[in-house]
Design a protein around this ligand. Structure first.
Ligand SMILES: Cc1ncc(COP(=O)(O)O)c(C=O)c1O
Length: 369
């Protein structure tokens, strides 16, 4: 096929950095793999059973566009309890990624600006460009805190949206209540849509989870079951926000994704009854184990959630350092994948304690050149 067929919007994606790492990784034997962005526990048994029961009992057809009542009513009840009845409407989408795609398609016009905190989840900048928007990056190094004054200074007449992600991928850093309040109020004051990606909300270790939607009811929250219940392959997410925006997003879903997979929705309803706290406790212990093991060797902003650490490379660029780690059979992701800077690297500690021990041993050894 001729590359001249490709639409301009498809040329904006650059996956060369990550491809290079995975090409190197393909040659590794039994790597110490600290690169994975998904939980290392299995989908809970009750949830798998609910999926199988749904599939076996013929719940395999198209789902309702907004979501099957079995799941949607449960989600809506939980949201009403958290935010008050009648204020926010929910719908079910194909993964958090599906919710993000719909949010951008529904809300961002070509030429409009979307504020994103750097480092960021890789999809944000790509999706903004896909819809013809302009990503505006706010540098958050070295502590990865939200500086509301910096955001205020970046707002122009073309700013349409701010995307916030706490706990964050790739840093694991949680924004403070005050930072989220400041951001939420700033968005409200400037009539800018605040999108809050809350996919890691279950994985908070030091403080209770806080959503900016508490301070700004117009906030569009995007969430899902991929990380909380290790259901990454089942493509189940949900969105809640102001009813007029939700209704428009559901219409766009009707003409794009159609619906989220039906058996996964029955399983999602079961997942809502399953407490993931024991996994959270395990991940807290692993975070502490990593921080203890790397203390004195690496500069790391303390992560309060998710399952990532984002240390500064002790020498060379993030890419050079990760290449050195790969020589030692340790696989991680260079920070340049998530950022304009190539100075850091991402460690995922969603791995067994034995794997983490092996990773720490290598990281201590290669911290000096
Ligand atoms: C911050 C963030 N948002 C969204 C997603 C996508 O999740 P999903 O599997 O629900 O599409 C990920 C996955 O890594 C993520 O880290």
């Amino acid at each position: 096929m001729s590359t001249t067929w490709l639409a301009e919007r498809s040329l904006g994606f650059d996956s060369s950095g990550i491809r290079k790492v995975f090409d190197l990784a393909a040659r590794m034997e039994n790597p110490i793999n600290l690169s994975i962005g998904q939980p290392d526990f299995e989908v809970p048994k009750e949830v798998r059973e609910a999926y199988v029961d749904a599939a076996q009992s013929g719940k395999n057809g198209y789902a309702l566009t907004q979501g099957m009542p079995v799941l949607l009513e449960k989600l809506q009840a939980q949201i009403d309890q958290e935010y008050g009845a009648g204020n926010r409407e929910a719908f079910v989408c194909s993964g958090t990624s599906g919710g993000l795609v719909l949010a951008l398609l529904t809300l961002v016009n070509p030429g409009e600006e979307v504020i994103i905190f750097d480092p960021y989840f890789v999809m944000y900048t790509s999706l903004v460009k896909l819809v013809g928007g302009q990503p505006v990056l706010i540098d958050t190094y070295p502590d990865f805190r939200l500086d509301v004054d910096k955001v205020a200074a970046a707002i122009t007449s073309r700013t349409k949206m701010i995307i916030v992600n706490s706990p964050a991928n790739p840093t694991g850093v949680c924004a403070s209540t005050e930072e989220l309040r400041g951001l939420a109020e700033l968005a409200a004051k400037n009539n800018v849509v605040l999108v809050s990606d809350e996919i890691y909300r279950e994985f908070v270790f030091d403080e209770p989870f806080c959503s900016p939607a508490v301070f700004n009811p117009q906030t569009l929250v995007i969430d899902g079951f991929s990380k909380s219940h290790a259901m990454t392959g089942w493509r189940l997410g949900f969105v809640h926000g102001p009813p007029s925006v939700i209704e428009a997003m559901v219409k766009v879903q009707q003409f794009t994704f159609v619906c989220a997979p039906q058996p996964a929705q029955w399983a999602g309803a079961a997942a809502m009854d399953y407490d993931v706290q024991s996994h959270v406790t395990q991940y807290r212990e692993r975070r502490d184990m990593m921080l203890d093991g790397l203390a004195g060797h690496y500069e790391i902003a303390r992560p309060g959630g998710a399952f990532y650490l984002f240390p500064r490379a002790p020498w060379g660029t993030g890419t050079e350092f990760v290449e050195r780690a790969i020589d030692e059979n340790l696989l991680m992701i260079p920070g340049g994948i998530f950022s304009e800077r190539d100075t850091h690297f991402r460690i995922s500690y969603a791995a067994s304690p034995e794997t983490l021990e092996r990773g720490i041993e290598v990281l201590q050894r290669i911290a000096t050149r």
